[in-house]
Design a protein around this ligand. Structure first.
Ligand SMILES: [Zn+2]
Length: 245
């Protein structure tokens, strides 16, 4: 589905690929046990859609930002990181997730784009702040971020993401808006809502939230629902700075 950013950007789902169960069909992750040749074919399909080479992240639930240069136009695996940034026109980035939140950023001033994988742990450790800080760095420290657009992709929702009372308290201590309740009445966390709230606090006004819940929608991969499963992705393509006039 279209991410509704000013550049080519979209979120994939399970449809359209060649992977067999339980990774059917458009699994984009190599670390989940799927046949590598199927993943490679699936990634090729996504590169066709992006009309660009795509750098697929290797997430590790951290807050490290990897800035990718021109060498990635020729392919190659990025370093382990949950936040990828580039200013290289013609290079696309992919944030992998299955319940965690793929978050895409576009800065028209610098042309920079970011693909971030933000889960409960990443949120708590400051992944949203790290992504925005990295965009500030690219701008040379200029603090205005009002023209940056962010798309928050499909993820497990606050009505489904059950956690223990202590885990909810731990996350809510840093992000109060994460505190939620499942539809069956137990403690839960709402990570997409917490991300949107934090972005707002950091001065970002243009936020496009895609409310599809991975746990409820069978056309999306959900680790919580299925255990062994694939990963979908948020993809964003760098197109360089917006030209004046
Ligand atoms: Zn849900």
């Amino acid at each position: 589905m279209d991410a509704r950013l000013p550049v080519r950007a979209f979120f994939t789902d399970r449809t359209g690929g060649v992977s067999a169960r339980p990774f059917d069909r458009l699994n984009l992750a190599t670390h989940v046990g799927d046949d590598p040749s199927a993943v490679s074919l699936n990634r090729g399909l996504v590169e066709d859609l992006a009309e660009a080479p795509v750098a697929f992240m290797r997430p590790n639930h951290g807050t490290t930002v990897a800035r990718l240069g021109e060498s990635y136009l020729a392919g190659g695996e990025p370093p382990e990181a949950d936040i990828l940034l580039t200013t290289v026109p013609g290079l696309a980035l992919a944030a992998l997730a299955a319940d965690c939140v793929p978050v895409l950023f576009h800065d028209p001033w610098s042309g920079a784009v970011v693909a971030a994988h933000v889960g409960r742990e990443g949120l708590r450790k400051g992944a949203v702040d790290a992504a925005v800080a990295a965009l500030h760095d690219v701008r040379g420290g200029w603090r205005g971020v009002g023209d940056i657009t962010v798309a928050i992709g499909p993820a497990i929702c606050g009505r489904c993401y059950e956690v223990s009372t202590s885990v909810r308290a731990e996350v809510a201590a840093v992000h109060p808006r994460a505190k939620s309740t499942t539809r069956w009445g137990s403690p839960s966390v709402d990570i997409p809502r917490a991300i949107a709230t934090r972005l707002g606090h950091l001065g970002i006004k243009r936020i496009v939230q895609h409310y599809y819940c991975t746990f409820e929608e069978l056309r999306l991969f959900s680790y919580r629902r299925e255990g062994e499963t694939g990963r979908q992705a948020g993809i964003v393509r760098c197109e360089g700075p917006a030209t004046a006039g």
